[in-house]
Design a protein around this ligand. Sequence first.
Ligand SMILES: O=C(O)CCC(=O)C(=O)O
Length: 239
Amino acid sequence: MTTSQELFAEQGYLVFENALEPNELGVLRDACQSLLDEPPDDGGHSGRHRIGRGEARRFLAHRHEEFPAVESFLLSGRIGGIIEACTDSGGLLFNEQFVVKGAGKGASFAWHQDGAYVGFDHAPYLTVWIALDDATEENGCVYLIPRNLNDRPNLDPHEWREDDNELNGYSGEDQGIPMVCGAGSIVAFSSLTLHRSGPNVTDKPRRAYVCQYSPEPIRVPGTGELKRFAKPVARPRAT
Ligand SMILES: O=C(O)CCC(=O)C(=O)O
């Protein structure tokens, strides 16, 4: 029988429907709302970290330490269980951000592998994408192209699109598999798995929380400086 880790390696992702308890979803939604109350920016950085598009596509990043309940969740056994279902190489919290597409004008996000945004060689990591609202094709759900990580354990070439504030790593015909799922569901995928998300044409925002877990601290070559975070996650709890 195929194990969940083998399936993850064969297709590059796993879906966990209704993985969160209502209180966990509430904690994430509340923190997201606090951050949304701030004026939007474009990411505040130069180059490949300037990926915001005002109200159309907001990335509210690296603020979990201001929300103790969010930090507890990020390092919880709930997340430990997701990581263990996907890989036996463990996980350290590396990065986190809310991604919000504005009502009626939410921007799409181009095909990319998350690892392409890191900018230097690093061990592949796990992205845990959490739906804070029901995710549909109308409100900008994520689309994935399955990838066998055993056969293709590499980053593909990406180009920076100046007008759209994003990298693009795929220009073929494949539209990908829509990850339509309910609020509180998780799509876990490798930093090597190509994904995109569509525009939000509904009259409500589409909120998601993206947290990422690396098997080892990710350090800038040369300086050895830690990139973002490297916080250990608790042992698994049943999802
Ligand atoms: O939530 C989305 O629309 C996609 C986010 C994404 O692809 C990412 O943060 O890498």
